[in-house]
Design a protein around this ligand. Structure first.
Ligand code: KG4
Ligand code: ZN
Length: 335
């Protein structure tokens, strides 16, 4: 049996979780900084680091106490070390190294995006690789072929903004607040998604890449044009039309990727995987494919997914020593 204490602090959530044997989540504590960053319309990195410092020890203590596990019973410490905001990551990495040293147990470094993908294993005990996964979050939009638990091939990725970033920016333009994804998701339910046509960006040839900055600019231009003409926009219609275009292009490329790989299992991951329109689009067009996605609490940043990924990294003997450092950018298929 392997008991892992996992720590996540790559962006604006300080999180800790105790996970048994990779898929059994004994506790999942998340301290969010959303209220703090809301007034700035987005995450302020330096403020995030300070908030992580305040929260990290209480969050770890809470995760242990919720799980009914003492520090001495732990077998491993796991931590997100890349990619993310460097100052934010450093808080988690330092705490994890201190615990690993004090308890004299191995340290497992976890890639944040691998963690998001592994969130799918938590509630689907029979799910195993290979499968194709769309990881769409505030910082990343990738289509990944998950060959094995620690082996990944990127089939497509955004060439500019991440999907979540586009949701957040469009929400800002519409005056909906931060984070924008959930606000656009719920407002869209009151709108007509065919009211405004926003072009889907597709690259030529075999590319499964995305571009979301064009559609974001198109929404901004649409709003500014209306303003200049003294016309009032229907925010729900704009939100729904934007969301439809983004979700359709993500599902187009995801289904194409699965077909190319001859793979009938498709997963969603990352904060944008919470999106109800995205799930609906994929369910409607899935054909013979089997679809998996985590509950919303495991889609957005959490440490349970890090504990899950860490378990499989440990089976592959991917450990770190105390020289482990935080890394802001790192491809998911790093060697
Ligand atoms: O995975 P995550 O918690 O953090 C990162 O690693 O970035 O993702 C956060 C992103 C934000 O951009 C947020 O607006 C988006 O996920 N998001 C959503 C929804 N819920 C969260 N986007 C669209 N629809 C949602 N329901
Ligand atoms: Zn994330």
């Amino acid at each position: 049996m392997a008991l892992i204490l996992a720590i996540e602090s790559s962006c604006d959530e300080t999180a800790a979780s105790v996970v048994r044997d990779g898929r059994d989540v004994l506790s999942n504590v998340i301290s969010t900084q959303i209220e703090t960053h809301k007034k700035f319309g987005g995450v302020v990195p330096e403020v995030a680091s300070r908030k992580h410092l305040e929260a990290i020890n209480p969050v770890i203590d809470q995760a242990l106490s919720d799980a009914g596990v003492s520090k001495e019973e732990l077998d491993y410490i796991a931590v997100t070390y890349a990619p993310g905001l460097i100052g934010a990551l450093l808080v988690g990495v330092s705490a994890a190294k201190a615990l690993s040293l004090a308890l004299d147990i191995p340290l497992i470094p976890v890639h944040h995006i691998r963690g998001h993908i592994c969130a799918n294993f938590i509630e689907h005990p029979n799910l195993e690789p290979p499968f194709v996964c769309l990881v769409a979050s505030g910082g990343h939009s990738h289509i990944v072929y998950v060959k094995d638990y620690t082996e990944f091939e990127v089939l497509g990725q955004t060439r500019d903004d991440a999907a979540g970033e586009a949701f957040d920016k469009v929400a800002r333009v519409l005056g909906l607040g931060y984070p924008g994804g959930p606000k656009i998701d719920s407002l869209s339910k009151e709108g007509n998604e065919n009211a405004v046509w926003f072009k889907k960006v597709k690259f030529g040839g075999d590319s499964l890449d995305f571009s979301f900055s064009g559609i974001k600019t198109a929404v901004i231009n649409y709003c500014h044009n209306a303003e200049q003409h003294g016309e009032e926009i229907n925010k729900a219609d704009v939100a729904a039309s934007f969301q439809k275009s983004v979700c359709e292009v993500m599902v187009d490329n995801l289904l194409e990727a699965a077909q190319r790989k001859g793979c009938k299992k498709i997963c969603l991951a990352g904060g944008v995987a919470c999106n109800s329109r995205l799930r609906k689009e994929l369910e409607a067009r899935k054909g013979e494919n089997e679809i998996f996605y985590p509950s919303p609490i495991f889609c957005t940043d959490n440490a349970a997914m890090i504990g899950c990924s860490a378990y499989y990294e440990s089976l592959a003997s991917n450990f770190a020593d105390l020289s482990l450092n935080a890394t802001a950018y790192l491809e998911i298929d790093f060697k």
